[in-house]
Design a protein around this ligand. Sequence first.
Ligand code: HEM
Length: 446
Amino acid sequence: MSTDQAVRPLPDLVSGDRGWPLLGRGLDYARDPVALMQHQWDTYGPVSPLPFLGKTYVMLLGPDAVGDALRNADKAFVNEPAWGAMVGPFFNRGLMLLDGSEHHGHRRIMQEAFTRDRLTRYAELMHPSIARGLARWPAQEGFACYPALKQLTLDVAADIFMGGAADTTPGEMDRVNRAFIACVQAAAGVVRADVPFTRWGRAYRGRRVLEDFLRHYLPAKRADPGDDLFSVLCHIEDADGDRFSDDDVVNHMIFLMMAAHDTSTITTSTMLQLLGQHPEWQERCREESMALGDAPGLAELEGLTSLDMVMKEALRLRAPVPAMARQTVKETVVQGVRLPAGTPLAVGVQFNHLMPELWSDPTRFDPERFGPERREDKSHRYAWAPFGGGVHKCIGLHFAGAEVKTILHHLLRTRRWHVDPSYVAPLDNHSLPYPKDGQPIDIAPL
Ligand code: HEM
């Protein structure tokens, strides 16, 4: 909350900013979220009204307003009703959808699944499934890398999250994958009820398939501690000995798979695009990877400094979560603007990533901006926030770093790829931004 300015009400909408009946500016967001954010900033400043899917949202832009919401110093903002309205009931009671002391309690337990020791083990386990998956990639011009990466991260999830699924046939596994994708795609549903042949109808069925699948394996996971995330969630406890119930494990697993999947796939595909367009960076990253072995450990992966800067730059240019949802539970003031209780908000971190006030030549691919001499990300605490901030900051950020870098490490050591420097990915922004054309790359053996 900012208190040092005169408090004023939310600006009125200027004419032409109502958008379409019911959809509001939803179509403008889907077409080009950054252009919409720029318009909001130019017209209203950091706190702006935004008609969106039948409600008047408030969009927060710029590092100060974003920081106010994410830090949540006076506990005015909550997640559950806000994210719940976006992603539907399919990720019910996932960590991101819990608030207050309940969130705190669950996060304390879940933290135990993401300790340094656990991450070291997950990183070891990733190598074989990633190497196996990439071995199937053809040498091809115009290879659609996005769907291939999506399959790869699903396979990794089956191994690392599930520890394999011993009594599930490939056909059943395929059904589980489709159920999972149906849940993820529900966010873009227009009909938001359990109606057959709609996105939500499919997602309701998908959630049931996922629950049945996880409950089938639960007794075995409870009985036999393993290294996969599912087993880990069954056995971890916080310092007071609190543990997850069976329902908690199922809810957290479904949410974790969702949180990990598209975000990591988007990041990896953006990196493939950028490294394909900037061969000098591809070579620089390759040299570092060649200096390591086939299956580097977590610390070695973290030591791939060029790849690390490229990953940060990819997350800056295309944040997998461009905006976060929040809702006020009491009246509060953001950057001098009074917001009543019950206000839904979109917290637009992607805009911060491209502000000329915070970054030099912001649309240019320039990973060195994250190098020790420049550290442009330090221009403001919320200049770069692809993983969010505050108590809900991504719990899987180091896991994501390990997975994305392991995929790139294997690719750099076995393939060379090229992308036309003028290529601009046509993004679908209905849920998280992904390239509609499958993001073609020309890929060949090294
Ligand atoms: C590059 C990949 C990823 C990106 C960009 C990303 C981004 C985010 C963001 C922005 C949030 C905050 C949402 C909010 O405050 O409303 C978040 C939360 C979360 N993420 Fe990630 N994420 C990534 C990968 C992962 C992975 C791999 C996992 C798990 C293995 C994961 C698990 C979670 C969980 C559980 C939360 C909720 C945390 C809480 O509410 O306490 N994420 N992520």
